[in-house]
Design a protein around this ligand. Structure first.
Ligand SMILES: Cc1cc2nc3c(=O)[nH]c(=O)nc-3n(C[C@H](O)[C@H](O)[C@H](O)COP(=O)(O)OP(=O)(O)OC[C@H]3O[C@@H](n4cnc5c(N)ncnc54)[C@H](O)[C@@H]3O)c2cc1C
Length: 484
């Protein structure tokens, strides 16, 4: 009999006051008993609506059935047969709009906590694989050694020797690379930064996605035979044509959307103004919040305004608070109902003391005589008729100008694909806003043998959509190379 409790088994989290002062993970995950209890809420629907809601088609009811019986490693194997980043997805996927949205238990209560269960399976596997070998201190490393052996045995002879290049090492690229390596191709990932992982490493903060967990999942992908070359900027260090000349027979571009947008108001070049991208990269990747450990400590204002209302804005605001800002505002031009961030992220930000200044639009940033930010000029807005996006358009209230004293401003109003690859690649078609033009189903671009997916094609989206695109392109590249 399924467990008919209406709500999800609660998951422990750090107290809001404590966590606002540290970078440790907010959500603490399930125990095995809690995971089994939650797994028993699944009705094992025969038509599996949840699977249709997952862009990488994780075999959800199957893995949950194993978990309900306490077979966690079996559950992990089922998940990883289609998803190479379960610890990541279990933490950051917007499950409320994907698998959990279609869960039948959601009709009369809360859907099954599919994300929480996925996270538990991955964390448990990392901690317990090779458990039978109790003496092994590094169980995960030992497991990786076994994975290398398994991967070698499984590879298709037919594909061996064919080289595929993958540009970028975010979730779209790593999924594409892993699937191609499993099919037997020799895959090289070229990554511009010094660490692999894309936004998972440089964007999403440690307190939502610990970086050692991301690296463990990337290490597992390496064991499939994927070679990751960091510090290689395609468009500068090498071009697409250079890569073709090196014997790569197909290329996947998963270079993301890392170019920040700015407001275009006066004062955006003052000291103390950051794009969210720069601020989060310096905090996450370079640990700039810790002046003792970082060679490049970042300036943190006492009073910080983050402009924007999406997940990136919430991450920047919560990171600024943890890094020492005393007062942090979210400044957003629409209302609470229009905030694009996940409800959970808004809730967490509020709990941590972030102040929301809604229906507020910045018009200029003012500086002191030394060129440092001292305030932000704003106007009050009201909501008018819906615009093309279907959301009510914010309209300025005449004469409502006011000045917000701040000494730091973080601009988090969106990102678009970096034009570097487009500029250095003749014939690669892009949209006006910079997205690479690619077939929706296969990722085929305007150039033969060149495929693309993830944020580089769609603009800023989600981890799981990027992974779905990487998976589809891996399949299309396999077909292309077989028919070549
Ligand atoms: C702060 C923040 C928080 C987010 N939170 C969430 C969340 O909670 N849940 C969610 O689902 N999504 C979230 N997202 C969105 C999600 O992270 C992205 O949609 C996803 O990472 C896109 O994956 P990708 O593989 O297309 O690109 P990316 O992850 O951007 O990876 C692209 C990689 O390509 C590299 N690259 C770029 N140009 C070149 C070049 N010329 N040569 C070589 N390498 C290059 C980059 O350095 C980068 O490593 C968030 C995004 C941000 C910025």
């Amino acid at each position: 009999m399924p467990n008919m409790r209406k709500d999800k088994v609660p998951m422990a989290e750090q107290d809001a006051k404590v966590r606002a002062g540290n970078f440790k993970e907010v959500a603490l995950g399930y125990t095995k008993e809690q995971a089994m209890e939650e797994a028993k809420r699944c009705l094992q629907c025969k038509n599996m609506p949840c699977v249709a809601g997952c862009p990488v088609a994780v075999r959800i009811p199957e893995f949950i059935a194993q978990m309900a019986q306490g077979n966690i490693l079996e559950a992990y194997d089922i998940i990883t047969s289609t998803n190479n980043l379960p610890a990541v997805c279990g933490r950051v996927c917007p499950q409320e709009n994907q698998c959990e949205k279609y869960c039948v238990r959601g009709i009369k209560g809360a859907p099954v906590g599919i994300g929480r269960l996925e996270r538990f399976a991955a964390d448990y596997a990392m901690a317990n694989l090779a458990e039978s070998d109790q003496k092994q201190v590094k169980a995960w490393d030992k497991y990786l050694d076994k994975s290398i052996e398994n991967a070698e045995n499984k590879k298709s002879e037919a594909n061996s020797g064919k080289k595929v290049a993958v540009i970028g090492s975010g979730p779209s690229s790593m999924t594409c690379a892993a699937d191609l390596a499993t099919m037997g191709y020799a895959v090289t990932v070229f990554e511009a930064l010094h660490v692999a992982g894309g936004v998972l490493m440089y964007g999403i903060p440690e307190f939502r996605l610990p970086k050692d967990i991301v690296q463990k999942e990337i290490d597992k992908i390496r064991t499939l035979g994927v070679d990751i070359q960091t510090n290689v900027v395609i468009g500068k260090t090498l071009t697409i044509d250079d890569i073709k000349g090196m014997g790569y027979e197909a290329i996947f571009i998963g270079s993301g959307a890392g170019l920040p947008s700015f407001m275009g108001v006066a004062g955006e070049n003052l000291n103390g103004v950051y794009s969210a991208n720069e601020f989060l990269t310096r905090v996450n990747l370079m640990k700039a919040y810790d002046p003792c450990k970082s060679d490049t400590p970042v300036f943190i204002g006492k009073t910080t305004a983050v402009v924007g209302g999406g997940n990136v804005a919430m991450d920047a605001a919560r990171s600024a608070k943890r890094a020492g800002a005393e007062t942090v505002y979210i400044v957003y031009r629409r209302g609470e109902d229009e905030l694009p961030a996940r409800i959970e992220e808004v809730h967490h930000a509020k709990e941590e003391g972030i102040i929301f200044k809604l229906l507020t639009n910045p018009t200029a940033i003012l500086g002191d005589e030394k060129g440092w930010v001292k305030s932000m000029e704003c106007v009050q807005m009201e909501l008018g008729e819906p615009d093309a996006s279907g959301r009510r358009r914010p309209v300025e209230i005449k004469g409502s100008d006011f000045s917000l004293p701040v000494d730091m401003v973080i601009v988090a109003i969106g990102q678009s694909p970096n034009p570097m690859i487009k500029k250095s690649t003749e014939g690669l078609e892009t949209q006006k806003w910079g997205g690479i033009v690619a077939d929706e189903k296969t990722g085929q671009t305007s150039l033969e043998g060149v495929f693309a997916g993830g944020d580089a094609v769609t603009g800023a989206a989600t981890v799981i959509l990027a992974m779905g695109a990487g998976k589809a392109s891996a399949k299309a590249i396999d077909e292309y190379l077989k028919n070549k």
